[in-house]
Write a new protein. Structure first.
Length: 266
């Protein structure tokens, strides 16, 4: 099997300020995904959070990107934005069956994003995790939870996620808690602090540090300063797959930040 990779990307590919900035002036809008995917190694699809794509659209995304490209897909809000998560079965099944498997081997992690007001309820949350399928249409599925309430900053939550084989988003943000599972084999980082005043969105020093951190995580190491909830000696030493997405913040700088990080990673 191939060694786990570090993949770097952005959220979506349709954003007007990227035209003439990231995309060359006059570049056809219908070919923006093609352009972005040739310069990045992953894209997080955010539109699927708000509306269900057609199989035709998903197949077009698949065919517009390089062979080794990966999409992560944000799951429907109708599955996660509810008072009782145990009742989300129909919404989960509808989303999984919507056509996302048309991506085939380009289908990466499925991200389940919860509202900042959603607190950790161990019983209800476990009932939700039991609804997440491990495969669909012959594809193995990987799930990542984007939990945004401070009550999830708990070893009990991490233990629950591990039991069900799901990962947790590591958020670099001023608004949401940073959670890191040192035992997980998948790191899914969302960087939300890019600055418009910086040409690459982040200082060169911070980019150097981020590249070194990603490489150490990929190799099975544990960078200093990670937001641990457990003893450091409990961390895995196995290689990890690492995704780094530049999301939100000064979004107009996200592609520049992603490409600058990729250059540092070689």
């Amino acid at each position: 099997m191939a060694a786990p990779r570090i993949r770097v990307g952005i959220g979506g590919w349709v954003y007007e300020p990227w035209r003439g900035n990231f995309y060359p002036s006059g570049w056809p809008q219908q070919r923006e995904l093609e352009y972005a995917s040739q310069r990045l190694s992953a894209i997080e699809i955010n539109g699927t959070y708000y509306s269900t794509p057609t199989r035709t659209s998903v197949a077009k995304w698949r065919d517009s990107t390089p062979e080794d490209f990966i999409f992560s897909v944000k799951a429907s809000r109708f599955a996660t934005n509810r008072r009782v998560l145990a009742e989300a079965g129909e919404s989960v099944a509808r989303f999984i069956g919507s056509g996302i498997t048309e991506l085939g081997p380009k289908l990466g992690p499925i991200v389940w994003q919860f509202a900042p007001t959603k607190r950790f309820d161990p019983v209800d949350f476990e009932a939700f995790l039991k609804l997440l399928p491990t495969q669909a249409d012959g594809l193995a599925l990987r799930h990542v939870l984007d939990v945004r309430h401070d009550s999830f900053r708990s070893p009990e939550y991490l233990a629950l996620a591990r039991r069900h084989g799901v990962a947790t988003v590591l958020t670099e943000s001023d608004e949401y808690p940073a959670l890191f599972d040192a035992q997980a084999g998948l790191v899914y980082a969302r960087i939300m602090r890019t600055e418009a005043a910086l040409p690459e969105g982040i200082t060169p020093q911070t980019l150097d540090q981020l590249a070194a951190c990603a490489q150490l995580l990929q190799a099975g190491g544990l960078p200093t300063g990670m937001p641990l909830l457990e003893a450091a000696q409990d961390a895995t030493t196995a290689p990890r797959e690492v995704f780094v997405f530049f999301i939100s913040g000064a979004k107009e700088r996200a592609p520049a930040a992603a490409m600058a990080l990729m250059r540092r990673l070689g």
